[in-house]
Design a binder for this molecule. Structure first.
Ligand code: GUN
Length: 292
């Protein structure tokens, strides 16, 4: 029997625990605060940003939503970041990725105070992840994947994990988390130029797909009994749906599910965990700032 890893329910439990912690912080006079910045009109980004702000409201986290027009300049965006760095109500700053093409995302990230970088994108936090320094911030999606493995009691020690995708948001931090001494997996990072991707993936005990290619991973990629984490959130046209599209992962769920021992569905798998971990990182930033 294949376990369907329920990210919705797991995220609910994470948020429930955070709610208690936030109430305690508030009673001590500390309200966690998150600023979410969206530049441009990307419809998917708009949905994500709104979900993040809604999660703050439900938990009692103070939030600011900044929606800036596509033509916002780099200087204007950096100016806002400096304003948010100085705002003591704000403990976490998130600039939704990807920004419009004329914005140098890395340069913007460098301007975020690393202590408020709840995305874990600043080089200081990237270094802390590699150094296994727990005072840093880890990107929310891979952090959510690790939480799912932990909650479902899926062992990582001595296992071969293959991560498909080398992004700074998911692939690379995921590989770092899996290889760290508290996980002890043996990790391979695969990407678009990897030779014999299906053959390599068939050596994986844990397979993480994070490439943004709908249905790339099919049954022939899977060692029987492997654990499959699908990080893909892809919109594919579907005239039968009210919005004209549906969301699918990087994994062809129907063919893979019978072969693996556990799998995250899309939607309802990794996605909800990303927001829960963002809330968790915001609470962590508040506690670090307030010295509690
Ligand atoms: N775009 C897709 N995922 C993320 C994320 O985790 N953080 C930010 N800032 N942008 C994203």
């Amino acid at each position: 029997m294949t376990t369907i890893i329920d990210g919705k329910e797991t995220s609910r439990q994470v948020l429930q625990n955070l709610h208690v912690e936030i109430e305690q912080l508030k009673q001590a006079g500390h309200t966690p605060g998150l600023a979410v910045v969206l530049v441009g009109e990307d419809p998917a980004s708009r949905v994500y940003v709104n979900s993040k702000v809604r999660a703050c409201e439900e938990l009692g986290i103070y939030s600011q939503k900044w929606t800036l027009p596509t033509e916002t300049t780099q200087d204007e965006l950096v100016q806002l970041i400096h304003q948010l760095n100085a705002d003591t109500r704000i403990h976490g700053i998130l600039v939704q990725s990807p920004p419009p093409e004329h914005i140098d995302e890395q340069a913007v990230i460098l301007n975020i105070d690393p202590r408020k970088d709840v995305d874990g994108f600043h080089p200081i936090n990237v270094a802390k992840l590699v150094l296994e320094d727990p005072s840093g911030f880890v990107p929310c999606t891979p952090l959510g994947c690790m939480e799912l493995l932990r909650v479902y009691g899926i062992p990582t020690q001595g296992k071969h994990a293959v991560v498909i995708g080398r992004s700074m948001i998911v692939g690379k931090p995921m590989a770092n988390l899996l290889v760290a001494k508290n996980a002890n997996a043996t990790v391979t990072i695969a990407h678009s130029r990897t030779a014999d991707l299906p053959g390599l993936c068939r050596t994986a005990d844990i397979l993480v797909a994070a490439v943004g290619r709908p249905g790339l991973v099919t049954a022939d990629f899977i060692k029987p009994g492997a654990v499959v984490l699908d990080v893909g959130i892809n919109r594919v046209e579907d005239a039968t749906r009210p919005r004209g599209y549906r969301i699918v992962g990087d994994v062809d769920f129907a063919s893979v599910q019978p072969v693996c021992s556990a799998i995250t569905p899309v939607p309802g798998g990794v996605g909800p965990m990303t927001i829960a971990m963002l809330m968790s990182n915001t609470v962590k930033a508040c506690k670090l700032a307030c010295g509690v």
